[in-house]
Unconditional design. Structure first.
Length: 153
């Protein structure tokens, strides 16, 4: 699996909004400037997140974007799925016409491994929410069951 810029920027934007929840709506330009991301890209990602119901928007002079739900109710999987439209692309499923070998009606001993991997990735992403990522790296590592690195503490 490769994390695309759509997915990475989507998580960064959603996390930015989670940090700013108490301050009210935040504009896409503010997010782009503070996170040093391309403004056009940020606006497109925010639109995808809004369409998926991850964030909400308000219009007007004090308008902008905010989380649609509390940060502890928004999973990283939901953010990535909204930003990227998928969390793991199974090429043989998404592009079956490119090869007779990859057609769904053919037996493939590799496909079950990719499906298992997709399930595991989705399970991990579903188990972590935006509120979890508001912590520092050692706390997040502990939360997800990774060893805490010595130099980070």
């Amino acid at each position: 699996m490769r994390i695309t810029t759509w997915a990475e920027y989507g998580v960064i934007c959603a996390l930015h909004l989670a940090r700013k929840t108490a301050q009210g709506p935040v504009t896409g330009r503010e997010i782009a400037a503070q996170e040093r991301l391309p403004a056009d890209y940020v606006e497109q990602i925010l639109l995808r997140l809004r369409r998926a119901g991850v964030i909400a928007s308000t219009r007007g002079a004090r308008g902008g974007y905010m989380l649609a739900k509390p940060a502890d109710q928004i999973t990283i999987r939901a953010v990535i799925h909204a930003s990227e439209l998928e969390t793991f692309d199974l090429h043989c499923v998404s592009h079956p016409i490119e090869s007779d070998r990859c057609h769904a009606s053919h037996s493939c001993s590799i496909r079950p491994i990719w499906v298992l991997l997709q399930t595991k990735i989705d399970d991990v992403l579903e188990s972590v929410n935006l509120a979890d990522l508001l912590q520092d790296e050692p706390a997040v590592r502990e939360r997800v069951g990774l060893p805490v690195l010595e130099h980070i503490q």
